[in-house]
Design a protein around this ligand. Structure first.
Ligand code: NHR
Ligand code: GAR
Length: 209
C-alpha cells in the first residue's frame, strides 16, 4: 500500500479527484494526509469529512522560506509518504525540500509546459493568442515548473474565453489526468530514462487530447 500525502493551498478539487479515484478504483494506495499552508484552504473540510488526517503549516508563521520548508517536511514525514502530491499548492519550495522528496514529488501545472511556467498561466495563454492550452503533470525539481513531464492534456481556447472560462476548461481536464498520473506512479508504471524523460513501463501514450 503506497502512502500519499497531498499538499493544497485552496479549494482542493484536484485533491478530491485523487481521493475519489483512489477509493473507487481500489488503487494499491491511500491518501494518508492532506496538508495546507493556509488554515482557510477549502479542501481541508473535504479531507476531514473523508476521515483523512489534515494539518496546516502556515508560511506566514515562519521566519523564512527555509524554515517553512523544514516545518512542512517535518509534518509530511510524520505520515511516512511514498509520494507527495502538490495539488494547487502555491508556495515555491527550496532545493533542500525538493531533494528530500526527489523522484516522489508530483505537481500539476495549468499550462502545456514548457509554455507558461509560473503564475497567471491562463491570462498569459490568452494574451499570446494560443489556440490550445491544457495541463501538465510533472516531477518537481528545484527549477520551477521545469521537472520531467509525466502526462499532458490539451483543451481548445475558444472565441470569447476569459481567464475564468479557460481556467474551468483546463481544470476539468486536470481532474482526468492527475488521478491517472498518480495511479501510474503508485502502480510502479513510471520510469525515468537515461535522458531524464519519464516513460510509462508499457509504452502507453502520456498525451490525452
Ligand atoms: N517548487 C519547486 N521547487 N519546483 C516546482 O516545480 C514547484 C514548486 C512549488 C510549487 C507549483 C507551481 C505551479 O504549478 C509548484 C511547483 C507557486 C508559485 C509562486 O510563485 C509558482 C509556481 C507554482 C506554485 N508562488 C508564490 C511564492 O512566492 C506565492 C503565490 C501565492 O501565494 O499566491 O511562493 O504553478
Ligand atoms: C489548478 O488549476 C492547478 O493547476 C493550479 O491551481 C488550481 C488549483 O485548483 N495550480 C497552480 O496554479 C499552481 N501555481 P484546486 O485547488 O481546486 O485543485
Amino acid at each position: 500500500m503506497k502512502r500519499i500525502v497531498i499538499l493544497i493551498s485552496g479549494r482542493g478539487s484536484n485533491m478530491e479527484a485523487i481521493v475519489q479515484r483512489c477509493a473507487e478504483q481500489r488503487w494499491p494506495a491511500a491518501v494518508v494526509a492532506v496538508i495546507a499552508n493556509r488554515a482557510d484552504a477549502g479542501g481541508l473540510a473535504f479531507a476531514r469529512g473523508r476521515g483523512i488526517a489534515t494539518a496546516v503549516v502556515d508560511h506566514k508563521a515562519q521566519p523564512s522560506r527555509e524554515a517553512f520548508d523544514a516545518a512542512l517536511a517535518e509534518a509530511i514525514d510524520g505520515y511516512g509518504p511514498d509520494l507527495v502530491v502538490l495539488a494547487g499548492f502555491m508556495r515555491v519550495l527550496g532545493a533542500a525540500f525538493v531533494a528530500r522528496y526527489q523522484g516522489r514529488l508530483l505537481n500539476i501545472h495549468p499550462s502545456l509546459l514548457p509554455a507558461f511556467p509560473g503564475l497567471h498561466t491562463h491570462r498569459r495563454a490568452l494574451a499570446a493568442g494560443c489556440k490550445l492550452s491544457g495541463a501538465t503533470v510533472h516531477l518537481v525539481t528545484a527549477d520551477l515548473d521545469h521537472g520531467p513531464i509525466v502526462m499532458q492534456s490539451a483543451v481548445p481556447v475558444l472565441a470569447g474565453d476569459d481567464e475564468q472560462a479557460l481556467a474551468a476548461r483546463v481544470l476539468a481536464t486536470e481532474h482526468v489526468i492527475y488521478p491517472l498520473a498518480v495511479r501510474w506512479f503508485v502502480e510502479g508504471k513510471l520510469r525515468l530514462d537515461d535522458a531524464g524523460i519519464v516513460r510509462q513501463a508499457d509504452g502507453a501514450s502520456q498525451v490525452l487530447m
